[in-house]
Ligand binder design. Structure first.
Ligand code: AMP
Length: 551
């Protein structure tokens, strides 16, 4: 834990990080934590996936929670959405478990009674959406007079959702001498305004700086697959089956992930070896020996463990998570495509991590092709190809004659064709990994790249073919129920302004403060431009591609 040890955090927090399998701080954590521990205000440009939650949560827990009794909240985190409120409070709970930190998420849509009970019992940290926080402040059920630290997380999103006034009002009722932290994926002028008014001489941190090795190896083919966390393991297995790498390294964020993945992949018939910072030198040497000797085909590793590792035979680098910064990405994929050889770099990204992927593309000036996780049908076709290749190789071999008496004997009862079919079936079933039959749902990223439509099987028995529907893109619109907007208003405005047929628009979801609507990918830019020029129900609306897609 040398990395975190340098950061002057309480032993309880270090123990929690070890238990979670974190080996070293991400760049944003390394940069931000010392300043936050020193009590400075901070403004950070960081997207989801950079480790920004721990960057503010660890110093928060270190300074605020330790040894204090619960009462009115000592820290407040404002986030744009309910999902994020839950996610962030869970993260703070995990980091603060040994400190017995009490964290409560507060968001719209949840019965207010539960939240009232939790607030009444006393808490250390409240993680809230601004709208619901205001409700509680007005009812005097949320008292912010003891707050020492306020975090504005995903500040740009909160502004897009029309929370600017609520944020102002909330900050007004917190003590003037509080510490204030602002994280935002983008830094438009409006964010700088908030920072000017509410942050005191903030440290500014940006994790998007260019990597040292600016040039990524030109011979490396880069691909990314977007899958939800729940489908990641299955997707990786599927991709490996289709890709069939000769030797690959799979990077994970944590030791826990390394162990879990190694076990799963071994269960799937791969010879996978784990490598992480918790292993002794002797264990590591043994692993490396097996990889070099070709008795292991997959090395599952954390960044720390793989540092300084020199493996010429690698054909594939696989990022099980998007690396937390562009330089880490460049460093990882630099392990293939060496000495003029070709290599493949594959990244699995969760829907919320699209922005991180785009940052990497921008900083490296290289495109990362977005691909669809292979379907069951594609996997089967690939396995059949490989059986057929193996069969051809056997036909070219010279030790076939010993099977002659068996074939002659069976030929009395069966045709040679039927014999070939049966033998092929046995051979194919024995060498193909068992496939999990379920299709992995496709996530349609909000990229504006042209996409081919394709035919695919539905995966139903009988395998009927059907035409997949045209790709849709989800748009975010900064007007919701509070603005008295209905789905019909949105569909009407888009149909009129962008000249789309009603049946091409939808589904449409209207939340309290924002809405989303799905439109054909090919029309997305036109719709955005048209609505940006006009109004919905007489109101100007922020409109853009939805960054989350799974609200
Ligand atoms: P965030 O950007 O805060 O949403 O974090 C993204 C993911 O990275 C979360 O799943 C965290 O659990 C994980 N994470 C955060 N910090 C680290 C670290 N230092 N090492 C490994 N994983 C981390």
């Amino acid at each position: 834990m040398a990395g975190f040890d340098d950061l002057d955090l309480r032993p309880e927090l270090l123990a929690a990080l070890t238990a979670l399998g974190y080996e070293e701080p991400t760049p944003i954590q390394r940069d931000a934590i010392p300043h936050l521990l020193a009590g400075r205000d901070l403004m950070g440009q960081a997207a989801t996936g950079t480790g920004k939650t721990a960057a503010f949560a660890l110093p928060m827990l270190n300074r605020i929670v330790a040894g204090t009794r619960v009462g009115p909240p000592m820290a407040l985190v404002l986030v744009p959405t309910r999902e994020l409120a839950v996610q962030v409070s869970e993260a703070i709970y995990r980091y603060g478990r040994e400190l017995q930190a009490k964290v409560v998420p507060i968001y719209g849509g949840q019965p207010i009674g539960r939240q009232l009970g939790a607030l009444k019992e006393g808490v250390h940290v409240v993680v809230a959406t601004p709208g619901r926080a205001m409700d509680h402040i007005k009812r005097r059920t949320l008292v912010l007079g003891s707050v020492q630290l306020v975090v504005l997380d995903e500040a740009d999103e909160m502004l897009d959702m029309g929370f600017a006034e609520d944020i102002e009002a909330i900050l007004q009722v917190t003590p003037g001498e509080r510490q204030t932290v602002l994280f935002s994926a983008t830094l438009p002028a409006r964010i700088n305004n908030i920072a000017r008014r509410h942050l005191r001489d903030p440290v500014r941190i940006q994790i998007e700086r260019a990597p040292n090795e600016r040039e990524t190896a030109p011979l490396v083919t880069q691909r990314a697959y977007t899958v939800t966390r729940a489908h990641k393991l299955a997707a990786l297995g599927r991709i490996l089956d289709v890709e069939a790498p000769a030797a690959a390294i799979v990077f994970c964020r944590t030791r826990t992930e390394v162990d879990q993945l190694t076990e799963t992949l071994n269960g799937r018939g791969y010879r996978a070896e784990a490598l992480h910072g918790g292993m002794t030198q002797e264990q590591r040497d043994r692993v490396m020996h097996r990889v070099r000797a070709g008795t292991a085909e997959l090395l599952i590793a954390t960044d720390v463990a793989a540092r300084g590792l020199d493996l010429d035979l690698l054909t594939h680098v696989i990022n099980y998570d998007v690396p937390s910064a562009p330089d880490a990405y460049v460093h990882r994929i630099g392990r293939v495509g060496r000495a003029g050889r070709e290599g493949v770099a594959i990244t699995l990204a969760e829907p919320r991590e699209q922005r991180l992927l785009e940052n990497i593309e921008r900083v490296t000036s290289r495109r990362i092709a977005r691909e669809k996780v292979p379907s069951v049908a594609e996997l089967r076709a690939r396995q059949m190809d490989s059986t057929s290749v193996a069969l051809r190789a056997a036909l070219d071999g010279d030790d076939l004659q010993r099977f002659s008496p068996t074939v002659d004997q069976l030929a009395d009862d069966y045709s040679t064709r039927d014999l070939a079919l049966a033998a092929l079936k046995l051979f194919h079933d024995a060498r193909s990994n068992p496939t999990d039959e379920a299709e992995i749902p496709e996530f349609v990223p909000h990229s504006n790249r042209p996409k081919r439509e394709r035919t695919e099987t539905t995966g139903r028995p009988g395998g009927k073919f059907r035409q997949a529907p045209g790709r849709k893109t989800r748009l975010f619109i900064g007007l919701g129920r509070n603005d008295r907007i209905s789905p019909g208003d949105i569909v009407g405005a888009i149909a009129n302004e962008a000249n789309l047929a009603g049946r091409d628009i939808g589904p449409t979801r209207v939340a309290e403060r924002f809405s989303t609507v799905d439109v054909p990918e090919a029309s997305a830019d036109a719709v955005i431009a048209a609505i940006a020029r006009s109004t919905i129900k007489g109101k100007k609306a922020v409109i853009r591609r939805d960054r989350h897609q799974h609200r």
